[in-house]
Design a protein around this ligand. Sequence first.
Ligand code: ADP
Length: 278
Amino acid sequence: QIGALPIPDAPGGGEANVVLFLRDLTEARRLEAMRVDFVANASHELRTPLAALLGFIETLQGPAKEDARAREQFLGIMRTQAQRMTGLIDDLLSLSRIELHEHVAPTRIVDLGRIARQMVEMQAPLARERGVALTVERPDIPLPVLGDRDELLRVVENLVENAVKYGNSGGVVVVSLHRIEGAAGRGAQIELRVRDEGPGIAAEHIPRLTERFYRVDTASSRQQGGTGLGLAIVKHTLNRHRGKLIIESEPGHGTTVRVSLPEHRPDGSETMPAELPP
Ligand code: ADP
């Protein structure tokens, strides 16, 4: 946007005395388009289960008296749809909460290995149900990072859930932890990897997976109870923790998702701005 303001009382007077202002609207337009897209997607995602719910309510209230088994079946579907809406709203709230304090670095010391182990224990029933062997491997050393425990639990939860959901039933999911020495005076990184033996993800999708509502196969994600927000939540949480997310996948050979966070040093120097990611 280019504009000009005349300065009536400027020395010299005349038409030449103007202040020019230049403003690049490209970024503002891009952000506005993203916001509009987000609202449209969120509304659509909420409308789909709501329409199914209303349809079943109308059927149950309609003149055709369903038998007890059919009613039971309808109520089961209605419950699943209502749960889907609750899950979506929870994810939307988490995302906005994380975005709100994305620029405030966490200050508590937590052990990423303990968080991973705890989440793997919590996910054991889902893995058993899907016939997936879920294991965790960690070195016998402390793996300290500065982090928000609940947010990091959520990161591990999203990655393990994806590996179990999209990995082939009957496969193996391995969560492993590593301490990676930093190069030339840089601090070490604590890395968490979640590896599955699923169908993998084609290369063209990988850069878009952290976009809100982006799904490789929307029908299959919905069927698995996915919202398409999991990896967006992971990305924003990692921004806050100055962490990185790398997704490596080869169709037919499974997926490995890697999350790395700066190791907490006793002198707190991992918080030095020089090490902030670009
Ligand atoms: P969702 O709620 O759909 O699981 P996510 O943001 O967690 O949303 O993931 C986005 C999409 O990435 C998923 O819908 C799925 O298509 C794909 N995806 C994520 N993790 C894996 C994986 N381990 N293997 C194959 N596809 C995956």
